[in-house]
Design a protein around this ligand. Structure first.
Ligand SMILES: Cc1cc2nc3c(=O)[nH]c(=O)nc-3n(C[C@H](O)[C@H](O)[C@H](O)COP(=O)(O)O)c2cc1C
Length: 171
């Protein structure tokens, strides 16, 4: 079976998730892994498509959204899963309803793969923005666990494994 995995990423977290999924499916499946910036192929030549990426300022990557919108009919003819990486999991349902075309029938589900808020990995304006948004999710010293604040987000390998299991179940 041929699987197409497409991700959009700014700082590599969604790529890492897509690579984890690819590792779990290879070599049983013939997996094509693509960055949305690299003009991914049409889904019509595949049996399964897994498409997603990170949320930035409340929105998914524009190219990813355009790809989804222009391939709705083709995606609905194969097995499809969508995924999101973001820093604020409490907004996941809102991102799902506002960022993905409602006409896509994601029979393999819409998944939260986690996310990261690590300013030391960033630079430029993103680093400043992330420090501001992160202070809402954790203490300002960024490292000390604080029972009064929710833990910082991480990639959630179990959620990636769960999707890999659903894809394996198609065999
Ligand atoms: C500039 C910036 C803006 C962000 N905006 C949001 C946001 O609106 N909502 C959210 O839940 N997470 C937000 N995040 C967190 C990212 O979604 C998270 O860091 C994710 O892991 C990034 O994945 P990527 O490296 O694949 O782009 C933001 C992060 C940055 C750096």
């Amino acid at each position: 079976m041929k699987v197409l995995v497409i991700y959009s990423t700014k700082w590599g977290v969604s790529r890492a998730c897509a690579e984890m999924l690819t590792d779990k499916l290879t070599p049983t499946f013939d997996v094509t892994l693509c960055d949305i910036q690299d003009e991914p192929p049409s889904p019509e030549d595949f049996d399964v498509a897994v498409i997603g990426g990170s949320i930035r300022m409340g929105s998914l990557n524009k190219k990813l959204k355009a790809y989804l919108k222009s391939n709705i009919d083709k995606l609905n003819k194969i097995h499809t899963a969508l995924f999101i990486c973001c820093g604020f999991s409490e907004n996941f349902d809102d991102y799902v309803s506002m960022q993905f075309p409602k006409a896509i029938n994601a029979d393999l589900g819409i998944h939260f793969f986690g996310g990261e808020l690590k300013p030391q990995k960033l630079h430029g304006i993103d680093k400043l923005i992330l420090k501001m948004v992160r202070s809402e999710a954790a203490r300002d010293d960024f490292e000390t666990p604080d029972p009064d604040h929710p833990p910082l987000p991480e990639i959630i390998p179990e959620n990636i494994s769960r999707l890999a299991d659903s894809i394996r179940a198609l065999l």
